[in-house]
Design a protein around this ligand. Structure first.
Ligand SMILES: Cc1ncc(COP(=O)(O)O)c(C=O)c1O
Length: 384
């Protein structure tokens, strides 16, 4: 399906995925049931977390997090602007307002805890952290900030399945450090089910609410009724249809086996890029000296000169190398600008300056060293 010699991302799918989905189709049970339960159990074991709920996509996971934490009109949620728009969208679905936080700097594209602290108001209820590119945010500083102000912590782990945060109490997998962790299994992610996601928590009360809100606020599932465990149901809360189906859960189970070797390969490629780009003065590599533990979802670079970005990306495209921008900052999109009342200062100087120079290079587990060499040669050729 690739039109590029070196695509930005690519899925690794084998006969195991085809067999797993075929088995579900042959079973005749397609909507959420035993495969989803197995996927949730395996993901819980992998993360070392008490509760996992498979959902339709990562955006649904984030929305459920905001829903069960009780976000509503008048509430503010701190979140980065250098993220996919889904992070902020999930906040506004419930009428709460995202308060955008600047990045830390060119070497750390995660949100600045100091800027977050300066934006806490009497209305702030939560902080949504996004582990950009799979690189962990400073979770100890974030926990301290949240503790001081009584804020809930939502982790957007769309880029970070399998990434580790090295805290003073030892290593912890991302998604287990806040109140609720949210994962995306979209097609370009480290673990994919095409569309899909997971909400995880260690909190008994939140878990009960997530389970109910995922399926219309109902007290029983179709699968329970099919097995004769129940004949009726009540609706006890506002709910949604955010369930995952059995085909995707079967895919997820196989993909979970591929996650750790896939992340290891991403790391190998990241280190190779860093070594080969080290002497180039025309660009900077964010997270270059970041201590281990990333899921290496993205390989971003920062051009020294923002004016040349379109030319740079076009020159690589000419050689059939796909690049992208992660991300155009959310606070500058027309819709988000329109949400702000006149005169409200929502400038994010570092995010704006850095995002104008960002380019994402190809990175995926099946990428060969020859493909990486092709990308590096094209970059060197451009700057010669
Ligand atoms: C940082 C981030 N948050 C949230 C999402 C939303 O996930 P999904 O596309 O599965 O809804 C994505 C992925 O696209 C993402 O990259």
């Amino acid at each position: 399906m690739n039109v590029w010699k070196v695509p930005l991302a690519d899925v690794t799918l084998g006969p195991e995925e085809i067999a797993a989905v075929t088995e579900v189709l042959q079973s005749g049970w397609l909507s959420m049931g035993p495969k989803t339960q197995e996927f949730e159990d395996r993901f819980a074991h992998f993360l070392g977390v008490k509760y996992t709920f498979a959902v339709a996509n990562g955006t649904a996971a984030l929305h459920l997090a905001c829903e069960v934490l009780g976000m509503g009109p008048g509430d503010e949620v701190l979140c980065p602007a250098l993220t996919f728009v889904a992070s902020a969208n999930a906040i506004i679905y419930n009428g709460a307002r995202p308060v955008f936080v600047d990045v830390t700097g060119p070497q750390d594209l995660n949100l600045s805890v100091a800027d977050a602290a300066s934006k806490v108001s009497g209305r702030t209820r939560a902080i949504m952290v996004v582990h950009y590119g799979g690189y962990p945010c400073d979770m100890e500083a974030i926990a301290a900030l949240a503790g001081r102000h009584g804020l809930k912590i939502i982790e957007d782990c769309a880029h970070a399945p399998g990434a580790v945060y090295h805290s003073s109490q030892g290593p912890r997998l991302l998604g287990t450090l806040g109140d609720i962790g949210c994962f995306s299994f979209f097609a370009n992610k480290n673990l994919t089910t095409g569309e899909g996601g997971m909400v995880v928590t260690n909190d008994d009360e939140l878990a009960g609410k997530i389970k109910t809100a995922r399926s219309h606020g109902m007290t029983t599932l179709t699968w329970d009724r099919h097995r004769g465990h129940s004949f009726s149901y009540d609706v006890v809360a506002r709910g949604y249809n955010y369930r995952l189906d059995e085909m995707r859960s079967a895919l997820g189970l196989v993909q979970l086996n591929r996650l750790e070797p896939g992340n290891a390969r991403r790391q190998e490629l990241t280190y190779a890029y860093r070594a080969q780009l080290k002497d180039l003065d025309h660009l900077e590599v964010p997270f270059r000296d970041f201590p281990g533990g990333s899921a290496h979802h993205l390989f971003p670079i920062l051009l020294r000169d923002c004016g040349g970005r379109t030319d740079f990306m076009a020159a690589l495209a000419q050689q059939s190398i796909q690049t992208s921008i992660h991300y155009p900052p959310v606070h500058l999109f027309s819709y988000y600008r329109s949400l702000w009342e006149a005169g409200h200062d929502h400038r994010l100087p570092l995010t704006e300056e850095i995002s104008a120079r960002l380019v994402t290079l190809p990175l995926f587990p099946a990428m060969t060293m020859a493909q990486l060499d092709t990308v590096v040669a094209a970059i060197r050729g451009y700057f010669r």
